[in-house]
Design a binder for this molecule. Structure first.
Ligand code: AMP
Ligand code: ZN
Length: 482
């Protein structure tokens, strides 16, 4: 099976072959664990899972790395603003380390519920500080770094190809955008290492050859991908929002530190999950929806996975409750239709090996269509449509159809061999108080932004959970109804 992928580098469909035969090095930017992942973030991970499964279906072994950003990088792309982890800690009255542990666990639970394959490595940024320091040293010794009063910066002017990836010219890059230049030489220069303030200990800080501080937020992906995959990645993934700054900066750092060796051969960017009135769903906007909220509303995590499968990864997908309900109904109907087919296949192979069931001509035709859809830039909605049509094809026996569908589930990842388990209980025990904390924080946010319908919706969710919230001068506190 041949795969073509749309490469952001060059912006065209390109036939894919890994650098080392048989093995694909694939790096995906992971979550910053200062809050729950929202379903927009999760769409990106589901799409990356479709890609990973397609590569494995095509016969490759995938060395898949997803990082956990547990160092608080700053809230804006221009290295200004608050530290996200410290913000999370202040919001919830916990330490940054507790925040990181809690939201990492919540993320891993979502990962499992969505039936995403486990990556080969889950590196945490805080476990790779030495490698990040080494990267900065490599850049410094090659003359790409300058020092200001608050940190070490990458000098983008020294890397003439800087804007190429995003299709931007350096002098135009930030034109019209107000950026606090501070001591930086160019608006696009970015922090490699930030110093801790002299008068204050930060919750997360490390020694370095330049003084106590913490790494700039792009450094971790360059350092960890090199450590776990090598200098040149076959595939690097992320959301489209990362093209302009984060990935542009990763390329600059890695290629300059490695004397021009290409950083990633294929860049795959996932388009956003949007809402009907906004092009993005973000953690700071009112429509902060988690997988848990969907589950609380009676959906199964795999209904959401199916919903993601209905749109190609390069197209926007519009979230609304009716859209999700339509996907759930289609998903459930699909499973009902499949049940007798899978039973027939399981029944027919009792005591036999698969090899006695050579593919018929009819099966081969369907198989070719399915592989062709995957091969064309991982066209999952098309592949799903083919699976739907196959399920109805009366020219094949039930067992013949069941066999193919079970095999294709290696890519669709809907766990079709199992009956869909009942939706898990509204709240997983260990997660309960954190879930309520998050709802209370979302209620506060909605009230602050005067989004009364949202505040009201959250109030109802809390009431359903038998939770009473009392507003005090230091913020809201909650308790179960006595
Ligand atoms: P973050 O935790 O903000 O770094 O985001 C994790 C991943 O989700 C990144 O690959 C982002 O590009 C991606 N992402 C953020 N918002 C959305 C969205 N609304 N739809 C799809 N992907 C998103
Ligand atoms: Zn990254």
């Amino acid at each position: 099976m041949k795969l073509s992928l749309h490469n952001t580098l060059g912006r065209r469909l390109q036939s894919f072959e890994p650098l080392h035969p048989g093995v694909v090095g694939m790096y995906c930017c992971g979550p910053t664990v200062y809050h729950y992942a929202h379903i927009g973030n999760l769409r990106t991970y589901v799409n990356e899972d479709f890609l990973r499964r397609s590569l494995e279906y095509a016969g490759y072994r995938v060395n898949h790395v997803v990082n956990i950003t547990d160092v608080g990088h700053l809230t804006s792309d221009s290295d200004e603003g608050d530290d996200k982890m410290e913000k999370g800690a202040a919001r919830e009255g916990r330490t940054v380390w507790e925040i990181a542990a809690h939201y990492t666990n919540a993320f891993l639970l979502d990962w499992q519920r969505l039936n995403l394959l486990q990556p080969s490595h889950w590196p945490k940024a805080t476990d790779y500080i030495a490698q990040q320091i080494q990267l900065v040293q490599e850049l410094e010794s090659r003359g790409f770094v300058y020092r200001t009063s608050d940190g070490l910066y990458f000098d983008t002017e020294k890397f003439p190809a800087y804007g190429d990836f995003a299709g931007l010219r350096l002098d135009k890059l930030m034109a019209g955008v107000r950026v606090e230049l501070g001591d930086k030489k160019n608006p696009s220069d970015f922090a490699l290492w930030k110093f801790s303030p002299v008068d204050k200990r930060r919750a997360m800080e490390w020694d370095s050859p330049w003084g106590v501080g913490f790494p700039g937020w792009h450094a971790e992906c360059s350092a960890m991908s090199t450590a776990l995959i090598g200098r040149t990645l076959d595939i690097h993934c992320g959301g489209t929002d990362h093209i302009r700054v984060h990935h542009t900066n990763e390329i600059a750092q890695s290629e300059c530190a490695h004397d021009g060796e290409p950083f990633a051969r294929f860049w795959i960017h996932n388009e956003f999950l949007k809402t009907e009135d906004s092009d993005k769903m973000s953690k700071s906007s009112g429509e902060f929806l988690t997988l848990q909220v969907l589950i609380d509303r009676g959906f199964h995590a795999l209904d959401y996975r199916y919903f993601c499968a209905t749109a190609h990864y390069r197209k926007f997908l519009t979230f609304s409750w009716p859209n999700l309900e339509a996907a759930r109904d289609a998903h459930r109907a699909f499973r009902r239709r499949l049940k007798p087919l899978l039973d027939a296949w399981n029944g027919s192979r009792q005591g036999e090996t698969d090899s006695v069931h050579e593919f018929s001509e009819g099966q081969k035709g369907w198989q070719a269509q399915f592989e062709e859809a995957l091969g064309q830039d991982v066209n999952i909605p098309k592949a799903l449509g083919i699976a739907q049509s196959l399920a109805r094809d009366g020219n094949l026996t039930e067992a013949q159809r069941g066999r193919l569908l079970l095999d294709w589930d290696a890519v669709l990842g809907l766990d079709l061999a199992q009956d869909l388990p009942d939706p898990p209980p509204a709240i997983v025990d260990a997660d309960q108080s954190a879930h309520i904390d998050a709802l209370v924080a979302a209620r506060t946010q909605a009230r602050e932004s005067k989004d009364w319908p949202e505040a009201d919706r959250i109030r109802k969710l809390l009431a359903d959970l038998q939770v009473v919230v009392t507003d005090t001068p230091t913020g809201p506190v909650w308790a179960f109804k006595g």
